[in-house]
Every structure is written in C-alpha cells, then in structure tokens.
Design a protein around this ligand. Structure first.
Ligand code: CA
Ligand code: CA
Ligand code: CA
Length: 277
C-alpha cells in the first residue's frame, strides 16, 4: 500500500514537471517576438539613473551644462519641467521626468561620472516608428535637419525625418533599416552621427546626441548642434521617438514558431502520459 502511494506520487510529480515545461515553452514562444528597438553602444555604457536634484549645470552627467540660451535651460531641466522650464514658464507640455540616460556609469548620490558614449545605434525590432519634434532652442532652428541612416551601409545615405523648416509640434512616421543611427545636419553645414565620426563626419570624439528612455518603446533625444559641442546643453533639438510594435500574430518568427511546436509536442506527451495512468 505504501509502495503504491509512493509510485502514485512519483507519477504526479512527473506529470506536473512535464506540464511546467510545456507552460515555459509556450510562454517563451510568445515572448520571443520582441517589439522594441534596442540601443547598441560601447562597452561600459548603459542606462543610468538620475534625479532632478542632480541638475546643477556642473557638467555631470555630460548633458548637465549651463546653456547659452539662459540659466537652467539644458535638456535635464526640460525633461523634468524644472529650472527655467518650470511651471508657468513654458506652458503645459509633456515632460517625462528624470528618465534614465544612455552613457557611462553615473553616481547619482555624488553627481559624478556620467560621460557620454561616443558611438551607439539602434537595432530595429518594430513595425515603424514615430518621431515628434518637441523643441528647438537654437539659432539654427530654421536650418537644422534631422533623420536616420543605415548602420554599416557601403555609403552614407541621409533619410530625412525633419526638414529645417519643420518646427515643434510636427510628427513624422519613419521605417528605418535593421540597424540605424540618427544624424543632425546643421544649418552651419556640419553633419553629426550617433556613431560619432563614422563616414568621415565631424566631431569624432564628441557625442551630439543624449538619449533618454521613458519606456522600452519610447525614447527622447536631446541634440547639440554646434561644432565641438558648443554649450553642451543638448536642447537645440528635442525629439520624442515611439516604436510601433509589429503585429505578432501574422508571421511568427522561425525561432518562436519552433518553440510553440515543441510546446505542443510536450502537451501531446503529457496527454499520453495521463491516458496511461
Ligand atoms: Ca549635475
Ligand atoms: Ca526647424
Ligand atoms: Ca546647444
């Protein structure tokens, strides 16, 4: 009697193990269809946390500098709606807050580190993306052009998203290549890429783009338009990028399809196991 009970318990645990494997496979199969674009940068870079209390125009993080447009006007004040962007100054605009920036290690409690990553780009996993022009605080505002380029292409092709004449409030949809970076082609005729210096562009040791992550599918870009970095306030152009996820049900990826098939095979095995009981 005791032996039979033990055998029965063993059968139960075997069955539950198989069912657990099946569930894991099915979950994996559905979640592997990623839909957010992924930033790819240099070793030692990552998303860095900060708080509005870190804003002091002291150069750390790399975008927290005094602006030649006036005091307390860098991209950090814009995102947090503080300083000269504070309530009553710029009306009611969308401000995501102190969202993580892309760069080298930053110690928020001591306001140290937070250097820029000289070279980064994005891997496209979405159907298409939307770019919303939110702010242009620059003497070159009417001439600065913004867009994307294909990473690793034989020649550099500029795919324009915003023309110089475009102003804050404009939204444009764009469908980039599998790997893409952003560029700004300034009114002064200087071309800067998120992969600084690639294709013989200027300022190969300076990053003109500050990237902030609101959600896995929503980024904010703060752009510096002056050769050499100028005042490094990264408010010369502010763009919000939103990835639009692919429709997952239409054509499953081969990898996730295989996992779903494996899951179904496991399910059939579990059923047969139960029948034997
Ligand atoms: Ca600071
Ligand atoms: Ca413009
Ligand atoms: Ca500037």
């Amino acid at each position: 009697m005791r032996k039979m009970k033990m055998v029965y318990q063993l059968a139960i645990s075997k069955k539950s193990a198989i069912i657990q494997i099946v569930i894991v496979m099915l979950v994996l199969g559905s979640s592997l269809t990623t839909s957010a674009d992924v930033i790819i940068g240099s070793t030692g870079s990552g998303w860095q946390s900060w708080v509005s209390g870190n804003l002091d125009q002291g150069g750390k993080p790399f975008w927290d500098n005094g602006s030649s447009d006036g005091s307390y006007l860098n991209i950090g004040y814009y995102l947090t709606k503080t300083g000269a962007f504070g309530p009553g100054s710029w009306g009611d605009y969308e401000h995501p807050g102190a969202i993580p920036f892309w760069g080298k290690a930053y110690d928020s409690s001591n306001d140290t580190g937070g250097a820029f990553d000289t070279s980064f780009y994005f891997q496209n996993n979405s159907d298409y993306s939307k770019a919303a022009l939110r702010l242009e605080l620059a003497g070159y505002a009417s001439g600065n052009r913004f867009g994307w380029y294909e990473v690793g292409a034989t020649g550099l092709t500029l795919n324009e998203i915003f023309a110089g004449s475009d102003a804050a409030g404009k939204t444009v949809s764009f469908t980039p290549s599998a790997n893409y970076g952003f560029y700004i082609w300034t009114q002064a005729g200087d071309l800067f890429l998120t992969q600084a210096g690639e294709y013989g562009t200027k300022d190969g040791t300076f990053q003109h783009f500050a990237v902030f992550e609101e959600t896995p599918i929503t980024y904010w870009l703060g752009i510096e338009d002056l050769l050499g970095g100028g005042d490094k306030d990264y408010n010369d152009m502010v763009v919000k990028i939103t990835n639009v996820p692919r429709t997952p049900s239409r054509v499953p990826e081969p990898g996730s399809l295989a996992l779903v098939v494996l899951g179904l095979v496991g399910l059939a095995a579990a059923r047969r196991f139960r029948r034997k009981e």
